[in-house]
Design a protein around this ligand. Structure first.
Ligand code: HEM
Ligand code: HEM
Length: 175
């Protein structure tokens, strides 16, 4: 059975795990009232994990454009391939847009992003309260769009595995 390359699988599952963890960390950290050292620590971790997603996303796209995915399964109708491809494009877009919106929001709020506590990342612009409000909403909306898309994507993969009993999921698993 033709599969995705080991590197494509590794990047897919590593990015998926990081995104899901960063998402729930984001929800938990904003729910902590006031300011506390724990809250600040979670904000830093959230930003580091999100920036890591962005870096891995660059690697992932570079790998994807230089390595062909396995051929389409002939048992799946063309319209379903079209929907799956559309969803994959949307997910690729969001893997970039979600962390970039968080990054820009941090700078609009006047808080620098210090990756892993070591590297102060470049400031794209000066703090701006109006932009801050817009980017906060944008980060939220993009994040929730991503959550909904990931749920639909994962349910489709599980439907192929357990109901259609085809190899769609197996091709993304190293087993
Ligand atoms: C995969 C990447 C990311 C995901 C899935 C994600 C998800 C989230 C979620 C779910 C929230 C809570 C939203 C709310 O309930 O208000 C949040 C908030 C936040 N995120 Fe991210 N985020 C990501 C990347 C980043 C990055 C790279 C940064 C900055 C470098 C960042 C900065 C922030 C900040 C500052 C908040 C707090 C917003 C507030 O004050 O309410 N995020 N994020
Ligand atoms: C944050 C979570 C996830 C993201 C961002 C994501 C993103 C993607 C993307 C962009 C592709 C297209 C790969 C390509 O051909 O270039 C893909 C493929 C795939 N994903 Fe995910 N994924 C996530 C989680 C999951 C989960 C939880 C499952 C399973 C339950 C899953 C199963 C699959 C499968 C089976 C494929 C191959 C589809 C095919 O061959 O048509 N993914 N994923």
């Amino acid at each position: 059975m033709p599969r995705y390359t080991k590197t494509a699988m590794l990047l897919h599952w590593l990015v998926a795990l990081l995104i899901i963890t960063t998402f729930f960390l984001g929800l938990s950290m904003v729910a902590i009232p006031g300011f506390s050292p724990t809250k600040l620590k979670y904000f830093s971790w959230h930003k580091w994990m999100g920036v890591t997603v962005l870096l891995l996303a660059v690697l992932r796209v570079l790998w994807r454009v230089t390595h062909k995915p396995p051929p389409k399964l002939v048992s799946i109708p063309e319209w379903q391939h079209k929907i799956a491809e559309g969803m994959h494009h949307l997910l690729y877009l969001l893997i970039f847009a979600v962390p970039i919106s968080g990054y820009l929001y941090s700078y609009a709020a006047g808080v620098p992003v210090v990756y892993l506590g070591i590297w102060q990342m470049p400031a794209p612009f000066a703090p701006d309260p109006e932009l801050k409000a817009t980017l906060k909403t944008l980060h939220y909306v993009l994040t929730m769009t991503m959550a909904a898309s990931v749920v639909a994507h994962a349910l489709a993969a599980l439907k192929h595995h357990f109901i259609d009993r085809d190899v769609t999921l197996k091709r993304m698993l190293p087993l």
